[in-house]
Design a protein. Structure first.
Length: 366
């Protein structure tokens, strides 16, 4: 989160760059950064005259330059925000190695490169402006799309302005952010509740902010947001439902597992997606088993597997219900079911019910 706090610090010091490129998947912080820079540059009452918003899909480079070269009205600054600017995008196949392409792919990529070269020429006025910007204008390119760091215009912003990559926060940073949101509302969030919320919602701060507002409102005068409240108020993701099905298999409870499977189907989940997610869960169990067998300490499992510690803890407990050989066999059977269902040789529900019963029988035999 250092990239964001560093940006906020520079805004508070009024150390503004003439041109910014905000890019990356963390939409919530990008939006917040735009609000902060707008407030700092324009204050109240000047937005209507000096805040220009452009659609980067439609606005030409010359149009952006024209807006940036216009003097502000009754203000020290003029702010131009360009959303989804096409100038920074890479060409199709840009990041693929040529060894991975067949001749037709290479031919298509060559055509794309020629288009990009032409586009670079069209963007030259904007590149020149970035090198010599108006001191009374601030241009912010706001891109949720991947950018090509090798492009001339990117290098120009990097040299004469400021590039900020809004990466998704790490789980530890998100935990601190959740604690802060609760604190601002005069509350605390239980450690287990924060873990469960992160596991259910993921690392998208926009979604997490929405869920936190809901939890804070529901807590009312209560000082603590609890695990039970998170479980009650947040939607159960497919991953958690699949986990429950596999958990029931490990607990040797085929009735509960089949019931969970039917609930997913009644909820109109795609059978192929269910099958894929069940197979993924068994692969995660095998991954944990093999890591432990290879001497990896439990405390290091999150780092070794790339999973959130809360998820690792749950999978570790679940893995106790299976032997390594059973997991390998289950993955093999699920692969066969996938092929047979796709080929029309098996009915999905019947095949999965049989898989559940046979896997429970196998665990009982241990």
């Amino acid at each position: 989160m250092k990239y964001f706090t560093g940006l906020l610090d520079s805004i508070k010091r009024r150390d503004f760059a003439p041109v910014y490129l905000f890019h990356g998947p963390e939409a919530y912080l990008r939006r917040l950064a735009l609000e902060k820079i707008t407030e700092a540059l324009l204050g109240e009452g000047n937005e209507e005259l000096n805040l220009i918003s452009l659609d980067g899909e439609k606005a030409s480079a010359r149009e952006v330059v024209s807006m940036a070269e216009t003097a502000p009205f009754f203000s020290d600054f003029r702010l131009i925000i360009v959303d989804r600017p096409v100038q920074f995008r890479g060409s199709p196949g840009k990041d693929r190695g040529e060894a991975d392409m067949d001749p037709e792919d290479n031919e298509e990529n060559t055509k794309a490169e020629k288009k990009v070269s032409k586009k670079d020429g069209e963007d030259e006025p904007l590149t020149q402006y970035i090198a010599s910007p108006m001191p009374t204008s601030c241009v912010v390119f706001n891109s949720p799309d991947p950018v090509d760091k090798r492009k001339k215009i990117y290098k120009a912003v990097e040299k004469y302005g400021r590039v900020v990559e809004f990466a998704l926060l790490k789980p530890a940073d998100i935990r601190r952010w959740l604690d802060k949101q609760a604190h601002l509302a005069g509350k605390k969030i239980e450690s287990q509740a924060a873990d469960a919320l992160l596991a259910r919602v993921g690392r998208d701060l926009t979604a997490l902010h929405s869920e936190m507002e809901k939890l804070i409102d529901h807590a009312g005068e209560g000082p603590v947001i609890t695990l039970d409240e998170v479980k009650t108020l947040t939607a159960v993701p497919l991953e958690e439902s699949i986990f429950s099905v596999v958990d029931a298999i490990g607990e040797k409870n085929p009735g509960k597992a089949v019931s969970g499977l039917k609930d997913l189907l009644l909820g109109r989940e795609n059978p192929q997606k269910i099958l894929s997610m069940v197979a993924r869960q068994f692969r995660l169990l095998l991954q944990i088993k093999e890591a432990l067998a290879g001497g990896c300490p439990f405390a290091d499992l999150a780092g070794a597997t790339g999973m959130h510690p809360f998820v690792v803890k749950k999978i570790y407990q679940q893995a106790k219900g299976f032997e390594t050989g059973q997991l390998i066999h289950a993955i093999h059977i699920l692969h066969k079911i996938d092929k047979d269902v796709k080929g029309g040789r098996l009915d999905f529900t019947a095949a999965m019910e049989m898989f559940i019963v046979e896997t429970v029988i196998a665990t009982n035999a241990v």
